[in-house]
Design a protein around this ligand. Structure first.
Ligand SMILES: [Zn+2]
Length: 462
């Protein structure tokens, strides 16, 4: 069965053109004006933008953290993603210390199997290189896990030392994978946290006050320096501050292959949220923390000028009522994370494109094409061109929508963006040629999402 999307305006990272899009067997067959209907099922996209499906390369579905598990699993999380126009995610498998990476990969495949509603890839979080870790990394690359995440924060839990980071970076210099870095100086932060607790400072806001921007920028600087020595690119996840941005920009200006993403929460929310009464500040406890307001316009500028390449969500939802509450008397026990997988395109479109901070093409690039390239999925994903998967969003630039936990599809009891009004939303969402969301109605099914085998030496290497 062929589908013809006609009368729309096709928007890619490069071009904006009036064209029809012909879809056949899950792939894009043709893109040009005046494609004959020839018995195809027709979708009228008059007045709409036809864009490549969003790619969220930083999500945590069904993830254990601090004695609990993130509230969305691969079914509820990927369905919510689809409602917001995201058609691929890259989630994180976590190697437990002292175990093989393959064990973690098997565990995360099981979590996704029968549940994922859209295509998904996996990064591997490395907590321990042990004796077989470097060989394990090559094994993962052969399985399409073309990126690894390392933590410079959370000592005794996830943090690895500089020697481990440098060994892993050096291995990617050979096998072409990409190291993603959680860049915060965890050792310094832990000392500051211990002081705060000793002074009886236990409220949510101290989560932010004990993780200063300089702890982030110091780690970004160190990560990039180690990557330079190793001769490998590096990708900084969830960059949150002007200080950290300056480090990335300085490196890129010197021609270093350093890349970074930020998230809607860092672009739109600030530290005041953590001071909300009745413990509601806990809804905004995630890492790195929200920053003072003056950082926000700097991050938007960074996106505009390609000092930042990607917007992801770091979606890691914990319910307020029965999960966030674990830290009622001690901010260090609040599960770290917030929900956002559903709202990324709406928020970046409205606050970026509508407010003149980003062009339409740049919006497509940072939400879809750049993550596809950097993480080895391009041009299968992130493009509207013959041969690419028909992951297509028909975007209504005039749709008015109010974000609320009452109507969202994420399995969490609050929204970080409650009451935010946006103009522009996904009307029809297609994954490999199949309409899975249409006018706010779910048409897909659990388990239809495929595992994405990603290629090493993706766009970060070119
Ligand atoms: Zn994360």
């Amino acid at each position: 069965m062929n589908t013809l999307i006609c009368n729309g305006t096709v928007v890619t990272a490069q071009n904006t053109t009036r064209a029809d899009v012909l879809v056949e067997d899950g792939k894009i067959k043709d893109v040009r004006a005046g494609i004959p209907q020839d018995g195809a099922q027709v979708i009228d996209a008059e007045g709409m933008y036809v864009i490549p499906g969003g790619i969220d390369c930083h999500t945590h579905l069904d993830m254990p953290f601090g004695g609990t598990t993130s509230a969305d699993d691969f079914e509820t999380g990927t369905r919510a993603a689809a409602f917001g126009g995201t058609t691929s995610i890259v989630d994180f498998a976590i190697q437990a210390r002292g175990t093989r990476m393959r064990d973690a990969l098997d565990t995360w495949w099981r979590k996704a199997e029968g549940r994922a509603c859209i295509d998904y890839g996996l990064h591997m979080i490395v907590t321990d290189l042990g004796t077989s870790g470097l060989e394990d990394m090559n094994d993962m690359v052969r399985e399409g896990v073309a990126s690894f995440k390392l933590f410079m924060a959370y000592p005794n839990v996830l943090m690895v030392d500089d020697a481990t980071i440098f060994k892993a970076l050096s291995q990617t210099a050979k096998n072409g994978a990409l190291i993603c870095m959680h860049a915060e100086n965890g050792s310094v932060i832990d000392v500051i946290i211990a002081r705060a607790l000793a002074e009886g400072k236990t409220a949510p806001v101290y989560h932010a006050l004990t993780r200063p921007p300089r702890a982030e920028s110091e780690a970004v600087h160190r990560a990039i320096a180690m990557a330079e020595i190793a001769g490998a690119p590096v990708y900084i996840v969830h960059l949150s501050s002007e200080d950290a941005l300056n480090e990335v920009r300085e490196a890129r200006d010197r021609g270093v292959p350093a890349f970074a993403e930020t998230c809607p929460q860092y672009l739109l929310l600030s530290i005041e949220e953590l001071e909300r009464p009745n413990f509601e500040g806990a809804k905004y406890v995630f890492t790195p923390p929200l920053r003072p307001k003056q950082h926000l316009p700097k991050l938007w500028e960074g996106l505009k000028h390609d000092h930042l390449q990607v917007v992801s969500t770091d979606h890691c939802p914990f319910c307020f009522e029965d999960q966030k509450i674990l830290g009622k008397d001690d901010f260090t026990k609040i599960p770290n994370g917030g929900p956002g997988i559903e709202n990324r395109l709406q928020l970046i479109y409205h606050h970026g494109v509508n407010q003149g901070k980003l062009t339409l093409n740049r919006f497509v690039e940072i939400t879809s094409t750049a993550p596809a390239r950097i993480f080895g999925m391009y041009p299968q994903k992130g493009e509207i061109a013959p041969g690419s998967d028909a992951d297509i969003v028909i975007w209504d630039p005039n749709a008015l929508y109010t974000i609320s936990s009452k109507t969202h599809h994420m399995r969490v009891d609050y929204s970080m963006f409650e009451g935010f009004e946006v103009k522009g939303n996904a009307r029809t969402v297609m994954s490999r040629g199949e309409v899975i969301v249409d006018n706010g109605e779910w048409k897909g099914k659990a388990g239809r999402g495929n595992y994405l085998r990603r290629e090493a030496r993706g766009g970060a290497w070119k």
